[in-house]
Design a protein around this ligand. Structure first.
Ligand SMILES: Cc1ncc(COP(=O)(O)O)c(C=O)c1O
Length: 398
């Protein structure tokens, strides 16, 4: 069959693919330790489940308005007003089937052939492929591990062309766990406003922060910046609701109207029951997430400390999200049973085969030097998994 050319430009999500492989191996009875999955290992909070049950019992099981129910859009408006001090009308808010879908709606509404979107590296896997699916060109803005993955405004300025349509801001960042400070956000905003570039601010990990890290939404810098920013967020990470598929976007009315039209012709409304559940989640506010973050914090410290003890591995302490992103350059080049291991992908394959440990290689995040391990898993799994990683690396010969 002759498929559309755009399909050949993309690959399946490598994180989802690795998680699926790990699950399939576990289903065969293998003792797999899965560090690949990007979801909290906590159960969805009880009040959220109760709201979903009540929705089912009340027969709230039909189509809803395509852009989301008023109650949820209002809850999102209230959240953005009370937590960020941002004001949006209903027409500026769209509820979608997860933040990934919200991002896809932005890409489809905004991008055309020849358009460019600036993506700081390392980046979350779907940004580039969503641009490619919409015939646009991802333009990568390299950042360095040594600088804590900070954006250099001069580097950003140099990448701007008349075809630049958007820049991605993802703080806290998946995979690096880095956060942007006010100065960095101001520098990005100045360039974006000067060149009329849309800022796509993916704030899905806004509540997963450690030590004294804070989250600043770039849209709060000024009304002018807000007018040029679309905020992407959702309930997946903060409320352990990855399977419920509710995300949202808030931003300029013309963009959001276009995204709503796309959604009405593609998916229609996100699941009615999940929307009711998301209202309950947003009403929970901070305490549920704070409890999770206390646990993530303990696991973060153990995972990073143990990774740093492995010869050839160095790992920066992440400030947010729930991923360690160790640099494994010192391990690359060592020999395994079938010859030298020369890339993060080969190392990830080796770990899965030899140690039954699933990690995501750095390549799809834009790095040839790292692998990503999620610490949203039990402390026991972290300890056992890192024993295996250390032993497996030790066995590789120089
Ligand atoms: C940075 C980032 N943005 C967006 C998403 C999508 O989240 P969801 O579609 O589950 O709401 C993820 C999920 O892993 C993510 O890591």
């Amino acid at each position: 069959m002759k498929l559309a050319a755009r399909v050949s430009r993309i690959a399946p999500s490598p994180t989802l693919a690795m998680t699926a492989t790990a699950k399939a191996m576990a289903a065969q009875g293998l003792d797999v330790i899965d560090f690949s999955s990007g979801e909290p290992d906590f159960d969805t909070p009880e009040p959220v489940k109760a709201a979903a049950e009540a929705a089912i019992r009340a027969g709230f099981t039909k189509y809803t308005p395509s852009s989301g129910i008023d109650e949820l859009r209002q809850a999102i408006i209230d959240k953005l007003q009370s937590e960020q001090g941002l004001r949006y009308e209903k027409a500026q808010v769209l509820v979608s089937c997860g933040a990934k879908h919200s991002l896809y709606n932005v890409a489809e509404a905004l991008l055309e052939a020849g358009d460019e979107i600036i993506i700081p590296t390392p980046y979350w896997v779907s940004y580039a492929d969503q641009a490619l699916l919409n015939d646009a060109t991802p333009v990568f803005l390299p950042t360095s591990e040594a600088s804590g993955y900070a954006i250099n405004p001069d580097d950003l300025q140099r990448l701007v062309t008349p075809r630049t349509k958007a820049i991605i801001v993802n703080s806290p960042c998946n995979p690096t766990g880095a956060t942007y400070d006010r100065k960095t956000l101001e520098a990005i905003a100045t360039i974006a406003v000067r060149h009329k570039i849309l800022i796509i601010s993916d704030e899905i990990y806004e509540k997963v922060l450690y030590d004294d890290a804070t989250h600043i939404s770039i849209a709060t810098l000024s009304p002018e910046v807000a007018a040029q920013t679309v905020i992407i967020n959702g309930v997946s990470k903060a409320y352990a609701m990855t399977g419920w598929r509710i995300g949202y976007a808030a931003g300029p009315k013309d963009l959001l109207t276009a995204m709503g039209n796309i959604q009405s012709q593609s998916t229609s409304n996100p699941c009615s029951i999940s929307q009711k559940a998301a209202v309950a989640a947003l009403k929970l506010g901070g305490p549920f997430t704070e409890k999770m973050v206390v646990e993530f914090d303990q696991r973060r410290k153990v995972m990073v400390e143990r990774l740093n003890r492995i010869p050839g591995v160095t790992c920066r302490m992440p400030e947010g999200a729930f991923y360690a992103f160790p640099n494994i350059s010192g391990v690359l080049g060592r020999k395994g049973p079938t010859g030298p291991i020369t890339s993060p992908q080969e190392l990830a394959n080796h770990l899965l085969k030899e140690a039954h440990v699933a990690v995501v290689p750095g390549e799809p995040f834009g790095s040839q030097h790292h692998i990503r391990l999620s610490y949203a898993t039990s402390m026991t799994a972290i300890q056992r998994g890192l024993d295996r990683v250390a032993m497996t690396f030790e066995k590789l010969s120089a």
